[in-house]
Design a protein around this ligand. Structure first.
Ligand code: 0RQ
Length: 505
């Protein structure tokens, strides 16, 4: 493994994860690598969690602020949440223990658009970054670093932190070298210049991270694979949703609004997103590209099938088998894949210029087209907004997709008024459920309500939604976006449970 650490100065800093974790003081803000289960540090966060646990057992306070790219893995988020080690977590998580701690009020969490994180750090909006803990594939003789399976905010953490801890993971195939494009041209306003990307495949940066070697305090060797989430095969609803989207895209091509190779695709994570990508393999589209944040199984399948020419992302988010295949085939895949910093993969300027077709999941949408992607029943966080807002607001076409109901049909995902808004009616062009697709472009709120209820709602909930809308049309004080504010949340399960209870009493 030490063969991957060619720089003599950094070689002299090799130590155990426990020794490295001892260099992170209580109260520090720590910028860690990691994006959707790829490229997160595998050893130091666990060692830090043990240290925090021991301090707590002695009655000493010990928490750290942790900033990442996006979600990580149980070895990082789970381990630190379990020992109550987070003073603050940002900008995105999807860990069950973290989620529980956030929703019980024990842990602070700031949910930030992924493209904003690096600039917020540069603007000083997040406070001081004390330590960076970053996984890399290798250290070159001159000290430059070969990135691993995700870039996220690593460049910013390495630039901004006072102290740097590197994890060099020998599991990562070195053939990956050359897949990355690290842009060093970002500036703070008023000195900003255009980001010169005109095609998803454009390279505008460096192959490696540059690092001030005097800041590196520890180098830890690891040899373990990324922990990826298995995908379940697409269920009937996901296939129906995918079918509606593909039919719609085909229609857009026929109407001359989209070229046959379409425009670059962005797709969120999850089974529905993967089913849509799976559907594209069968579809009539050729020469596809992606400008997205995560590269999923479905995109790799498209590349291998010769249907997708190029994919630009900031990280891979693969099932365990596909992650192994990606690592094995890295030399071939780097002809078709670029990994970039997340402020570039999700850059509003580039998204607007390229004209992205954005496809993201939702928790609930209301009859007027507002979308909640993050909160259950208005108060509990699920994951976070991630990159969905970066893409939705700036996309050529902004599509949101969901099954029409959740929890075995007991909750309608189409509601009169969302209990939390992540994407306003202005950023949502299309809503799709297994029931059908609502094309909201150019429609007024009342026109949108009709098509969302008729095309997207589940038949079990359509009558109640129609009834709400028609009463609102009659009784709402304003008739542009008719609402009955005392009744708008009556679809909530809590409300239904209360009704059932009062009926029983
Ligand atoms: O919970 O598994 O416990 O039953 O929410 O829902 O239907 O499995 O859908 O995995 O695609 O996730 C919005 C969360 C959808 C995701 C969200 C419950 C449901 C289930 C998950 P259970 P599904 P998905 C790129 C873009 C924001 C970030 C983003 C997300 C669980 O897409 O996090 O888009 N998006 N990033 O039962 C109560 C409802 C519900 C509900 C669903 N109305 N009420 N529970 N659920 N609807 C990636 C990154 O940015 C990194």
């Amino acid at each position: 493994n030490a063969a991957r650490i060619l720089n003599p100065a950094l070689r002299s800093k090799i130590m155990s994860a426990d020794e490295a974790a001892a260099l992170i003081p209580p109260g520090a803000n720590v910028g860690m690598s990691g994006f959707t289960g790829a490229g997160y540090p595998k050893a130091v966060p666990l060692a830090l969690a043990n240290r925090i646990d021991a301090a707590h057992a002695r009655g000493e306070p010990f928490r750290v602020g942790v900033w990442t790219g996006a979600s990580t893995a149980p070895e990082l988020d789970g381990a630190l949440a379990r020992v109550n080690g987070f003073a603050m977590r940002l900008p995105y998580q999807s860990d069950p223990i973290c989620r529980k701690q956030i929703n019980s009020g024990e842990m602070e969490y700031t949910d930030i658009h992924l493209s904003h994180v690096a600039q917020y750090a540069w603007f000083g909006f997040l406070g001081k970054l004390d330590v960076a803990v970053v996984e890399v594939a290798a250290v070159l003789e001159d000290g430059r670093l070969v990135p691993a399976n995700s870039i996220g905010n690593n460049k910013t953490w390495l630039d901004q932190a006072d102290k740097i801890v590197l994890e060099v993971n020998s599991w990562v195939n070195l053939a990956l070298d050359g897949m990355h494009d690290i842009y060093y041209g970002t500036r703070r306003p008023p000195d900003r210049r255009p980001v010169p990307i005109n095609n998803p495949g454009d390279r505008i940066g460096d192959r490696y991270y540059n690092v001030d070697l005097s800041k590196v305090v520890a180098v830890v060797e690891t040899d373990s694979h990324d922990r990826n989430t298995p995908f379940s095969p697409p269920d009937a609803n996901s296939k129906r949703i995918a079918g509606h989207i593909l039919e719609f895209l085909d229609h857009e091509v026929k109407r001359g609004r989209l070229p046959r190779s379409m425009l670059p695709l962005q797709s969120g994570v999850g089974n529905v997103a993967n089913a849509v990508l799976g559907g594209l393999i069968e579809g009539p589209f050729e020469d596809l590209t992606a400008y997205t944040e995560v590269l999923q199984d479905g995109m790799l399948d498209l590349i291998k099938a010769g249907k997708m020419r190029f994919a630009s992302a900031t990280a891979v988010s693969l099932s365990p088998e596909t992650a192994l295949a990606f690592n094995r085939d890295a030399a071939e895949l780097k002809k078709n894949v670029i990994l970039r910093p997340q402020e570039i993969s999700n850059h509003p300027e580039v998204i607007r210029r390229l004209g992205i077709i954005a496809m993201n999941g939702l928790i609930e949408a209301d009859i007027y087209g507002n979308v909640n992607s993050t909160h259950i029943a208005g108060t509990a966080i699920m994951n976070g907004i991630g990159g969905s807002g970066d893409f939705a607001r700036n996309a050529f076409l902004s599509i949101f997709m969901t099954p029409s109901t959740a929890k075995n049909g007991s909750i309608s995902c189409i509601v009169p008024m969302v209990t939390h808004v992540d994407h306003t009616e202005h950023d949502v062009h299309v809503i799709v459920t297994e029931q059908g697709l609502a094309d909201l472009r150019g429609l007024s709120p009342k026109q949108r309500a009709r098509v969302i209820i008729e095309n997207c709602a589940h038949p079990d909930y359509k009558p109640a939604l129609r009834e709400y809308f028609s009463r609102a049309l009659e009784q709402s004080p304003g008739r542009h976006t008719p609402h009955l504010l005392d009744q708008a949340f009556r679809f909530l399960p809590e409300w239904k449970a209360q009704q059932a209870q009062s009926a029983a009493e």
